[in-house]
Ligand binder design. Structure first.
Ligand code: SAM
Length: 224
């Protein structure tokens, strides 16, 4: 993406406290081995045997991504996160569990998405994205019409997009935008479908902080 056409930044700081020595070492040794390729690539060339390819956007400390990868070694999981302390933490999870099925993009997920071919993903996860709750910051939210078009391009027919937030107006906004997009169906049939965490969800420490203004709202969409 050239600088002139770059969308607004959707994330806050990219580093906080100093990264612990062991994790800093993994940034040098392990990250190059598990980083997604530079430039356009097809994830099937990385994991030709993978039953499915999933993408987690904004994996934070990587707890959910790593636990899903451990649970499903048959799946290739791509993760994108610009927060370097989070990337370092994810590397620790990958190292400790010897995960061979995770690839990381240490940067903006939208750059990774632009590098992927059409209909290459089975699932996408956006879990507790930065809420940008002030009205003047809402435009920094990740989920925008262009983002939804990109997600629709990348998901296979029947592929799933999971979005969860504990900010009521972000859930409303996402629901409105995605339902307006002809490419997606919202799968909820009853209130518990958006009120109760899906059976395969893994809770993160960030989620447990409950920083939003409502209980988490779980939105699951299917690509038509
Ligand atoms: C509030 S945290 C939640 C982290 C994690 N999903 C969880 O539930 O524990 C949101 C994360 O999204 C990341 N993020 C924001 N915009 C992003 C983008 N465009 N691409 C990738 N990650 C992004 C932020 O850096 C931050 O780590």
């Amino acid at each position: 993406m050239d600088e002139e056409h770059r969308p607004l930044r959707t994330f806050g700081r990219i580093r906080s406290r100093p990264i612990k020595p062991r994790q800093a070492a993994l940034m040098t040794t392990l990250l190059p081995q598990v980083a997604t390729p530079e430039g356009p690539f097809d994830p099937r060339t990385i994991g030709p045997e993978a039953a499915e390819v999933w993408l987690e956007i904004g994996f934070g400390g990587g707890e959910h991504m790593a636990a899903q990868a451990a649970r499903r070694p048959d799946i290739l999981i791509l993760g994108a996160e610009p927060f370097l302390n989070g990337v370092a933490s994810a590397l620790r999870h990958i190292d400790e569990a010897s995960l061979a099925n995770v690839r990381l993009h240490a940067g903006d997920a939208r750059d990774l998405m632009a590098a992927l071919p059409d209909a290459c993903l089975d699932r996408m996860f956006i879990l507790f994205p930065d809420p940008w709750p002030k009205a003047r910051h809402n435009k920094r939210r990740l989920v925008q019409p262009d983002f939804i078009d990109d997600a629709a391009r990348l998901l296979k027919p029947g592929g799933r997009l999971r979005f969860v937030t504990d900010w009521a107006d972000y859930a409303d906004q996402t629901l409105m935008l995605v339902r307006r997009a002809p490419a997606f169906d919202w799968l909820a049939m009853r209130a518990d479908d958006w009120r109760v965490p899906p059976a395969d969800h893994i809770t993160t420490r960030y989620e447990e902080k409950r920083l939003g203004d409502c209980a988490p709202i779980w939105l699951e969409f299917a690509r038509r």
